[in-house]
Design a protein around this ligand. Structure first.
Ligand code: AKG
Ligand code: FE2
Length: 342
């Protein structure tokens, strides 16, 4: 029962076709013939602070996504995170991986899993993805004994990576605030204490990529996501009724605006709608680091952005309620955010 719920276990026998619970309805299937269109999102050099603020503002307005380079996170740490992820998914026997199984009945629980959404068995199409979720911040949630023990530097690297990503997220939230002429601390103050989760996603080769998705269409529910991926490619962004592929750029970090930042910026900046497609030949790995409010935080459009002529575009929401609804109803693009529109 546990093993059958991991994509790795499904692929073991070298199936020529995907089991029916992974087959997407026709309207959600990827058009892989047109998957070559690259999303022309900007690559922003964070060492050039004069131009970075303006470029980031423009990217948040137009795409909700951009790459950063010269970001200050040591390159060896990016490489090591990816190799640790691959080593867990590819070298660790399934029985051992299952010792870290997440609790599939509670949302975003830590550990090794495959099902993103809660809900009755059989009523959702499954993603062609296995993952490992780490709770890394605040420190009171961080317990490295829940994480893999091998390779021997696994736990230490994940801790270091989380700390570096938090610094970068704070810097970016400051620049994003300034790009709207808000005080640098505005968005971070609206978010409150940062809750950070690191999810390594592993997409095994899929015998019928045209029928499946590695990860269904969604926008991330928190404030800011920092993502690295290997050179396989498969992440797509939805823009103007089209799915465009985000080209992997070695050692760049992809920044994705998430839903709470869209609310706080009163919709001036849009959260990025994205999904992952699979491919027949190569396994793919990505590492997403989510920066979210606490479950009790109340999120609303920043008061500086509301005035006589500008009404709040979103209703206030308690973040924990947003999360519960997201996991029980499913994202279906951005419907949870749309439900808060005034
Ligand atoms: O694998 C990817 O590139 C996307 C991962 C993602 O969107 C997520 O974990 O929320
Ligand atoms: Fe995502």
């Amino acid at each position: 029962m546990e093993t059958a719920s991991r994509v790795e276990a499904v692929t073991k026998g070298g199936l020529p076709v995907v089991p029916s619970q992974y087959i997407q309805p026709p309207e959600a299937r990827p058009n892989l013939h047109h998957a070559g269109d690259a999303a022309p999102i900007p690559t922003i050099d964070l060492s050039i602070s004069d131009s970075a603020t303006e470029s980031i503002g423009e990217a948040c307005r137009n795409w909700g996504a951009f790459h950063v380079v010269n970001h200050g996170v040591p390159i060896h740490l990016l490489d090591r995170m990816k190799s640790l992820g691959l080593s867990f998914f590819q070298d660790c026997p399934l029985e051992e991986k299952l010792q870290y199984a997440c609790d599939s009945t509670s949302a975003a629980s830590e550990g090794y899993g495959s099902r993103m959404l809660l809900g009755a068995e059989g009523d959702v199409v499954l993603d062609w993805r296995d993952y490992f979720d780490h709770h890394t911040l605040p420190l009171s949630r961080r317990d490295p004994s829940h994480w893999p023990l091998h390779p021997p530097d696994y736990r230490q690297v994940v801790e270091e990576y989380g700390n570096e990503m938090k610094k970068l997220a704070q810097k970016l939230l400051g620049i994003i605030s300034e790009s709207l002429s808000l005080p640098c601390s505005s968005i971070e103050e609206a978010v409150g204490e940062i809750y950070q989760n690191i999810t390594m996603s592993y997409y095994p080769p899929c015998p019928q990529p045209e029928l499946t998705l590695g990860l269904q269409s969604h926008s991330d529910m928190g404030a800011l996501t920092l993502l690295i991926q290997d050179d396989v490619g498969g992440l797509q962004l939805y823009k103007d009724d089209h799915w465009l592929t985000v080209p992997p750029i070695s050692h760049a970090i992809l920044v994705l605006i998430a839903d709470q930042t869209e609310i706080i910026t009163n919709g001036i900046y849009k959260s990025a709608q994205h999904r992952a497609v699979t491919n027949a030949n190569r396994a793919r790995l990505s590492v997403a680091t989510f920066h979210d409010p606490s479950k009790t935080a109340r999120i609303a459009p920043a008061s500086h952005l509301i005035g006589q002529h500008t009404k709040p575009a979103y209703k206030e929401v308690v973040y924990g309620q947003y999360v519960s609804s997201w996991y029980s109803k499913g994202p279906e693009g951005k419907r949870n955010l749309d439900a808060l529109l005034c």
